[in-house]
Design a protein around this ligand. Sequence first.
Ligand code: 2RA
Length: 342
Amino acid sequence: MGYRVAVIGATGNVGREMLSILAEREFPVDQVVALASERSIGREVSFGDNDILRIQELASFDFKGIDIVLSSPGAKVSAVHSPRAAKAGAVVIDNTSHFRMDPDVPLVVPEVNPQAIAQFTRKGIIANPNCSTIQMVVALKPLHDLAKIRRVVVSTYQSVSGGGKEAMDELFNQTRAVYVNDPIVKEKFTKQIAFNVIPHIDSFMDDGSTKEEWKMVVETKKILDPSIKVIAHCVRVPVFIGHAEMVNIEFERPISAGEARAALKRAPGVAVVDHRQDEGYVTPVEVAGEDSVYVSRIREDSTIENGLSMWVAADNLRKGAALNTVQIAEALVKGGYLKKAA
Ligand code: 2RA
C-alpha cells in the first residue's frame, strides 16, 4: 500500500520527469494524479512503462485525500494552488521560485540540509531550490564541512531545457533555420540561442544582476550557510539538457586539490570524474539522464589565498528539479512525517 500523489504541471519538462522518476524509484504510490491547466485537459502522460494518466484540470481539482503534491507549474500558479493543496492536508513539494525565500518554508536539498525538512509543518510546503543552486550546493557541502567556504564565484552554462519545452523547440528551430538559411525566429530568448550564448536568464534586478543570479546567491545562503558570499554569472548555452558550472571557491584555510577530491568522492550524490587528460572530465551531454552531480577539473587557484576551482555538471531536469523533489518525498516517508500509508 502506498500514498496518493498529485503532480501539478504534469505536461511540462519537469512534471513528466517527476512522473518518470516516481515510477523508476518505485515510490510507494496507491494513486497518481496528473494535473495541468485547462488547455491540457484530455492529454495523456506516461507513468512508468505501463501506465498512462489522463490529465485532470488543476483549477477544479479537490486535493482532499491526497498525501503528497509535487508541483512544477509557473510561480503564479503555485502561489494559488500549493497553499490550497496544503490546506486540504497534503504536503506540497514546490519546484517554483514562489515560496523559496519564505522564512516559513524550508528550502531543501536532501544531501545538504535534510534537517530543514521538519519545518514543513509551518505551512505544509517544502520548496525545491533552483536547478543551478542545487547542483552547486551538493558539490559545495563536503568542501564547506572540510574548510569553511568564505566566497564563491560561479559562472553557469545552462541548457535551454531550464526554460521549458518552448525554449528547447526554439533552439531546435533556430539551429535548423541556420542550416537552411531561414530567418531566425526569437520568442522565448531575447537573442539568438543557436550557435550563440546569452548572459541573461530571468529578469534584470536593480543592481544589474539577473534574478537567476540572485537566486543562486540567496538560496545558497539559505540552504548551506548565510555567511558564504556568492557572486553568480548565469549564461544560457545552446545545449538541450544538462547545466554546467565553473565554480571558484575561497576557503578559510588552505585546502589541496587532493583533499577536496577525496571529500567529494565520499559525498552523497556526487560523482568525481577528474583525470587530467583528454576525456577526463564530464560534459552536459554525458550527464543527461544521470542522477549524480558530476565534479571534474578540481585544481588549486594560486591567485587567491586558499582558493580552489572546479567544474560541476548535472542533469537540470533530474537532480536540478524532479529528482530532488522525489528525494524530498522519500525523506518525508523515511522520516515518518507522512501519515502511514493505508
Ligand atoms: C533555468 N533556472 O535554467 C531555470 C530553471 N529552473 O532557466
